[in-house]
Ligand binder design. Structure first.
Ligand SMILES: NC(=O)c1ccc[n+]([C@@H]2O[C@H](COP(=O)([O-])OP(=O)(O)OC[C@H]3O[C@@H](n4cnc5c(N)ncnc54)[C@H](O)[C@@H]3O)[C@@H](O)[C@H]2O)c1
Length: 385
């Protein structure tokens, strides 16, 4: 049994508080034990709230927290633009990193993170807890089994909603102090994109993880459809081509106040498997569902359902995966390591850059962070209002 000292960077914010809480209440009978030793947050009110709630030491400066508390692990739960420098600073001190999604905001940052992890030999995991969702695991297994034949189309449709306040009241960061609102959400340089870089990042990861073939190219367009005060996208459509010739479609955003829908569908030459919001499981017509066939055929001629019955705590599962990798010194067992995390950043950046250049982006491509102003301009031209 190992005992790990954990610090949470951004531990006074929404996600950081929830991680600090999980660490502070880590089950006593677990094989490896976690201890919350410090929280770093630049916001005074957030620090005070955390100090009161968790009784641990709080710091304004995350480097000071690492140097004084000497944690074995840090959880990075800060705005997207500081994930890379914070994870790298931890790696340089030999501290393992659990980094919230997205891993960073562009490919040069991803490559710097990979180099730091490689050099320090620390373990780094990216917080994509939905990879442990039994629905998506079953979906991926069905695809891998070959039961639906050759996959020719994968669709990820996520119609979500966020109020404008979500952006305007997001926690302030110094870089935005002279802007209309100081919050980090909804500004290009600090969030690295809108819905596509934030909420939809989970589905971007699942999309390329479930596909049997790597992404080859992307043609995409985004809009600011509903959140007219916000710089970044709230609605995106992207056509993806995979190396094996199959295609994909991502249509997602947070502009859907009146129609919240979710469909993740994989379509093959021998069958299809589809997960829809509010369904308890998957619907499909592959041989994978053979065991359920007779029963279901009574109800419907062609479609039947397979319901993974497991209900698991996804956040506990993704953290267990990381802690076990640290304890067993086994980087290969991390569900999303730094190289795997880079894949979703590559797809995100391709989606964003496709519209800047108005053309299909073929992998690998040159990702220049300086494209941000052009991106912003492109969006403003396309505003609906
Ligand atoms: N995996 C998930 O399902 C999930 C859910 C929510 C959020 N997130 C991710 O968690 C991260 C935080 O999101 P949030 O919604 O909690 O944001 P938030 O604004 O509520 O919290 C961020 C916190 O970081 C602090 N902070 C900002 N800059 C800092 C710095 N340089 N050093 C230390 N602290 C700093 C802020 O003051 C704030 O308290 C993001 O990466 C987000 O995408 C993941």
């Amino acid at each position: 049994m190992a005992h790990y000292r954990v610090g949470v960077i951004g531990g006074g914010g929404g996600r950081g508080r929830s991680w600090a809480n999980r660490v502070a209440r880590w089950p006593k009978n677990d094989p490896h034990q976690l201890e919350l030793v410090g929280i770093a947050d630049i916001l005074e009110i957030a620090r005070n709230r955390a100090a009161e709630r968790f009784g641990c030491k709080v710091y304004t400066d995350y480097v000071e927290m690492m140097d004084k508390e000497n944690p074995d692990i840090v959880i990075v739960a800060t705005p997207h633009y500081v994930h890379a420098p914070q994870a790298i600073a931890a790696a340089e001190r030999g501290i393992h990193v659990y980094c919230e999604k997205p891993m960073c905001i562009n490919l040069p940052q991803a490559d710097e993170m990979a180099a730091a992890v490689e050099k320090s030999r620390i373990k780094l995991a990216v917080g994509f807890q939905h990879r442990f969702d039994p629905i998506y695991v079953a979906l991926r297994n069905a695809v891998k089994s070959g039961d639906i034949g050759e996959v020719f189309q994968i669709n990820a449709i996520y119609h979500w909603w966020r109020k404008e306040d979500y952006y305007l009241n997001s926690s302030p960061v110094p870089e935005n102090k002279d802007l209309d609102w100081e919050g980090w959400k909804g500004h290009w340089p600090t969030e690295g994109g809108g819905a596509i870089a934030n909420q939809i990042m989970h589905h971007i990861d699942l999309f390329q993880w479930i596909s049997p073939s790597p992404v080859q190219s992307v043609f995409a367009s985004s809009r600011v459809a509903k959140h007219t005060l916000v710089e970044t996208d709230d609605n995106t459509s992207a056509i993806v081509e995979f190396q094996n010739g199959s295609m994909g479609f991502i249509q997602a955003g947070v502009a859907y106040q009146h129609d919240r829908d979710e469909v993740f569908g994989v379509y093959g030459t021998e069958g299809a498997i589809v997960h829809r919001k509010n369904d308890k499981g998957l619907f499909g017509i592959p041989r994978f569902f053979e065991d359920y066939r007779k029963k279901a055929l009574k109800k419907a001629k062609r479609m039947w359902s397979y319901v993974p019955s497991l209900k698991i705590n996804l956040n506990k599962a993704v953290m267990d995966n990381f802690i076990n990798a640290v304890a067993n010194d086994d980087a290969n067992s991390i569900s999303v390591d730094v190289n795997e995390g880079r894949k979703s950043i590559e797809l995100l950046r391709a989606i964003l850059l496709s519209q800047v250049h108005g053309k299909k982006i073929t992998f690998p491509f040159d990702d220049k962070p300086t494209d941000y102003p052009a991106l912003q301009h492109t969006y403003q031209d396309k505003d609906l209002v």
